[in-house]
Design a protein around this ligand. Structure first.
Ligand code: 5AD
Ligand code: SF4
Length: 481
């Protein structure tokens, strides 16, 4: 069987792809035969590292596995197929994935029929593929972030020919439509609207591992959201590395603000979130659409990265602090109850104490509700990793803790302002740490703890906020929202 090759368009439609379907059926048949032999259904375990985009991809990998006859494994010990979907954004995520895969060696020794797959951003890099080839001989199949649709074919070939398949990622210009999805939640859903990134921030590996920007068609996105709303999904997050450049590569002139407005027209009881926005492309038009929307969360995640213009320039971010300030002011003026969150990085090469203090000063002024903070991690092949003036680890971690300390005070103050108000909260059920306390999230993605009951799960509740901490709100249930 030959792999299907894309033609002129970047849209590869798997709905119409008999080839992919053929491999799905071939694996399914092999699994059925095994089940008849052993009396046990094969099981698949999916482990995900990294961002929401990876979570969304993993739901598709799980969907493909399910179509191929695998049940869900609760633990790698009981799996016949293990899929590790990796991340490359920071060194820590890479080392963790490698160390966990290292632990699977003994599972393979116990069950030689176990198939171990590594895919996603980390293994799109040629040097990681080489490393796995030589140091992790029990990993059977490796493919990159853009080759997910080839998974059934690779699995079938591996089963047939019993050989390892480590394939370089070439097809970075594809949008695979129609892949089956096995969603982890019945009320929160991810919808990728585009893939890849064209921005080449100098610290970031994403453009190298996820390729150039490709937007899905508005028709495909709208029908996916309509279907989710029909199924009762309450919280839908539109995903892209930079959603603001959605549609630049499509012919229909629909930009992200237009897309959001079209989605907002869908009738139903649901909320739309989106991430991530690049400050250089966050337009007033987009902010106006959010302000007048009926279903669009009053939440904006807008990564600043640094408050120093010098560092922003070295990062190739194409905006300065003043531009960011203008976007933020317009956002708050048009949507007074908006929750604003950001990503901040410390220890970028050449960052001086003065640059770092510019970041602290900007945060003190911007008063974000919450930030995701990162220590710069050099990524092989990116320009910043080659810079001579890398920051020593102890300086990075000192800046990191000062950043957290300052932001904790700001987050606490922002949460305290909500005490006494009532908020709409989507209930997730018992919290991880204490099953007697229930948790949910506000439209601004703040976590709220309260006394709940089973039937609240997946429903919007009205919660009166009674107490605030830097990372959480506490409240009492008033009613169903
Ligand atoms: N080191 C540390 N943080 C990084 N990010 C991206 N690349 C790196 C890196 N090399 C952070 C950015 C981005 C977030 C998703 O991850 O802040 O916004
Ligand atoms: Fe990375 Fe910058 Fe693209 Fe975000 S916009 S994925 S930080 S290159």
């Amino acid at each position: 069987m030959e792999a299907e090759r894309p033609v002129a368009s970047h849209q590869l439609s798997l709905r119409d792809s008999e080839t992919c379907q053929k491999y799905i059926l071939a694996v399914k048949k092999a699994n059925q035969e095994k089940r008849e032999e052993t009396g046990r259904s094969p099981r698949a375990y999916v482990l995900t590292f990294g961002c929401q985009q990876n979570e969304a991809d993993s739901e598709k990998l799980a969907g493909l596995a399910s179509e191929m006859g695998y049940e869900k494994a609760a633990h790698p010990d009981e799996a016949d197929l293990i899929i590790v979907n990796t991340c490359a954004v920071r060194e820590h995520a890479e080392q963790k994935a490698l160390s966990i895969v290292g632990q699977y060696k003994h599972l393979k020794a116990r069950n030689p029929e176990l198939v171990i797959v590594m895919c996603g951003c980390m293994v799109t890099q040629a040097f990681r593929q080489n490393e796995i080839k030589h140091n992790y001989p029990y990993v059977d199949i490796v493919f990159g972030a853009s080759s997910m649709f080839r998974f059934p074919q690779l699995l079938w070939e591996h089963m047939e020919k019993e050989r390892r398949l480590i394939i370089p990622d070439e097809e970075t210009y594809l949008v695979a439509e129609g892949l089956p999805v096995r969603r982890n939640s019945t009320y929160r859903a991810w919808v990728s609207i585009m893939y890849g990134c064209n921005n080449f921030c100098t610290y970031c590996i994403v453009p190298y591992v996820r390729g150039r920007e490709r937007s899905r068609s508005k028709e495909d996105i709208i029908s996916e959201v309509e279907e989710l709303v029909k199924q009762g999904y309450k919280d839908i997050t539109l995903l892209g590395q930079n959603v603001n450049s959605y549609g630049h590569d499509n012919q229909d002139g629909v930009d992200f603000a237009d897309l959001l407005a079209l989605i907002d027209n869908i009738e139903g009881d649901y909320t739309i979130h989106f991430m991530t926005s690049h400050p250089k492309d966050a337009t007033e038009k987009l902010i106006d659409v959010i302000a007048s929307g009926r279903h669009i969360a009053h939440h904006f995640h807008l990564p600043l990265q640094s408050g120093s213009d010098r560092i922003l320039k070295a990062m190739n971010r194409h905006y300065d602090a003043q531009h960011y300030r203008k976007v933020l002011n317009y956002l708050r003026q048009r949507i007074p109850d908006v929750t604003v969150t950001s990503d901040i990085m410390v220890g970028f090469p050449g960052e001086t104490e003065e640059d770092f203090c510019d970041t602290l000063a900007f945060l003190a002024e911007a008063r974000f509700d919450m930030i995701f903070s990162f220590i710069y991690s050099p990524r092989k092949g990116t320009p910043a990793a080659e810079a001579a003036d890398q920051i020593p680890p102890e300086v990075k971690s000192d800046r990191f803790s000062r950043l957290l300390q300052q932001q904790n005070e700001i987050s606490l103050e922002s949460n305290r302002r909500l005490v006494g108000s009532t908020l709409r909260v989507l209930c997730d059920g018992p919290s991880k740490n204490d099953p007697d306390v229930w948790s949910g999230r506000t439209d601004g993605n703040k976590i709220v703890f309260f006394d709940g009951s089973r039937e609240d799960i997946g429903r919007f509740l009205t919660i009166r906020i009674t107490r605030a901490e830097a990372f959480a709100l506490y409240g009492e249930k008033e009613s169903h929202g």
